[in-house]
Design a protein around this ligand. Structure first.
Ligand SMILES: [Fe+2]
Length: 309
């Protein structure tokens, strides 16, 4: 059966090179709109809230296309899907006119308690079936192209029946959703779990990759920890280059969540991403990508409760 997701992907305009919106860098992010094409937000920071956060969202919408990258979908959990959360998120995505949205291939809740961490799943047939069924229900409800991100993790769950690449492929193809490929997560896992990152990405359904994350990490003892708090290392840029030789994407985004450097360093990393994309003939339109069809909603004055309807 033809993939509905791939048809949708073909119709999405490339956004280009993006940056994660962080309060600590918001001012500089707003000041450099000629070097940043779009911005990614954690929707949980902006749902059912007012004040400073809503003001920041409004200011961002005036300048950038916005993409939502959530934490609390908990797609792999055995908890019931949280439709209160999805209703709030859907309202926010409508306001942002996000061309796609994403979350993580993991679970983040146990007995409806959100644990604020991305926990790995057993790579089992039962988990594939469970997650595919949930993704289909989520997609039916949200009606917007949806991507799942491969996570970094520090131990394998018991009960694995297949390699992670097969687990991802089975889910993405059977649910017919997109993949947000985090190349830093692949590098982190490849060092911690001793596998070849290039063989890993070759096994993925790369045609389903719509967005890519790039980030830095830290070596602590024998492990590499996915901190998003350091400069991006060359092997991550090189893996990005390799992936872009094999598939076309609609957005590449730099994640920097702590240990914030001088903004010139961030701009330098964005420039390098742009060069790698250009080398691979991605985002062919020169300069800033036009915000075609993106809504410029004025959120000022809206009550937070409007998001919970
Ligand atoms: Fe990521």
């Amino acid at each position: 059966m033809a993939s509905e997701f791939l048809k949708q992907k073909a119709q999405i305009n490339p956004l280009g090179i993006g940056l994660g919106l962080r309060r600590e860098m918001a001012e500089e992010t707003f000041a450099h709109s000629s070097e940043i094409d779009w911005v990614e937000i954690a929707p949980e920071n902006y749902m059912d809230t007012g004040g400073e956060a809503r003001q920041r969202l409004e200011e961002t919408l005036e300048r950038y296309p916005l993409i939502s990258h959530g934490l609390n979908l908990s797609i792999g959990s055995t908890d019931e899907l949280n439709f209160d959360y999805l209703r709030c998120l859907k309202k926010l995505l409508d306001e942002m006119k996000s061309p796609w949205w994403s979350d993580h291939l993991c679970f983040t809740s146990v007995e409806n308690l959100y644990i604020q961490d991305l926990l790995p799943l057993p790579f089992s047939k039962e988990a594939v079936k469970h997650i595919v069924e949930r993704i289909k229900r989520v997609q039916d409800f949200m009606q917007r192209p949806f991507l799942l991100e491969n996570i970094s993790f520090y131990m394998y769950m018991p009960g694995n029946e297949m390699p992670e690449t097969e687990f991802i492929r089975e889910i993405v193809e059977k649910a017919d959703c997109g993949l947000l490929l985090d190349v830093n997560n692949v590098i982190v896992n490849s060092i911690n779990h001793k596998f070849d990152p290039y063989e890993f990405v070759k096994e993925l359904p790369l045609e389903h990759v719509l967005q890519i994350h790039v980030a830095g990490h830290k070596k602590i003892g024998d492990y590499i920890i996915d901190t998003h708090g350091a400069a991006v290392i060359d092997p991550v840029f090189e893996l990005l280059d390799f992936v872009l030789q094999k598939t076309d994407v609609r957005g590449i985004m730099l994640e920097r969540d702590q240990n914030f450097p001088d903004f010139a360093e961030i701009l330098q990393e964005l420039k390098r991403l742009r060069e790698i994309a250009a080398k691979n003939k991605q985002f062919q339109s020169p300069g800033k990508v036009e915000m075609r069809g993106l809504q410029r909603t004025n959120l000022r004055g809206k009550e937070p409760s409007a998001l919970t309807a």
